[in-house]
Design a protein around this ligand. Sequence first.
Ligand SMILES: [Zn+2]
Length: 216
Amino acid sequence: MGVSIPGVTYFHRVRCRDLLTPAHGERARTRNDVHCPYSTSALAALPRPQSFAVSGQVAAAPFARDEFTVTWTPPVVHPVGEDAPQSDGFGYRLAPCAGCSSDHNGVDWNPGAGAPVMSIADGVVTDIGGPGGSFGVYIEIEHVVNGQTVRTLSAHMREGSLLHGIGDVVTVGEVVGAVGSTGQSTGAHLHFEVHLGGAPVDPVAWLAANVRSEPL
Ligand SMILES: [Zn+2]
């Protein structure tokens, strides 16, 4: 019939059915050559949106790994500083006083009376005592370093200098007391012990292997 007015879409008088498949760029037409809105089938004939397939091989492309690991070791510091003079080492010795042990379970440093004593690592206070007894004023702290439980003991500290009680959480480098001469002591010094699995080890060697300013 050739009924067509440019710019007008016919719905009310001509039923747009029996659509002919339009050629590319043409509008859909009925068998009577009436222009109609695009039908679903006509739209299907239009250019499709592009899609991009990514092969699995590309998605699995190799990449360089760093040395990240799921375990880490927190910083460890020296309890009275690396430069503190050492007056006695770990192991057998001639007892320096009547009540002093000849089998020295720790190391003695002389940073000076009143010098701050620091927790060597993050930890929890497991024991305190003094001023009576051979250790005088002491504090024992439990840490975990390299996945291993480490107990440290700081003894002969100044009376009244303890800043924590049992169960307190301490952080690496936190001051826990001051150097003194309480208990069986011949002068102001820090007696410091490191225990692994309940047995004392040489604190100097252990610190040499574990002191670090940054986590591993
Ligand atoms: Zn000692």
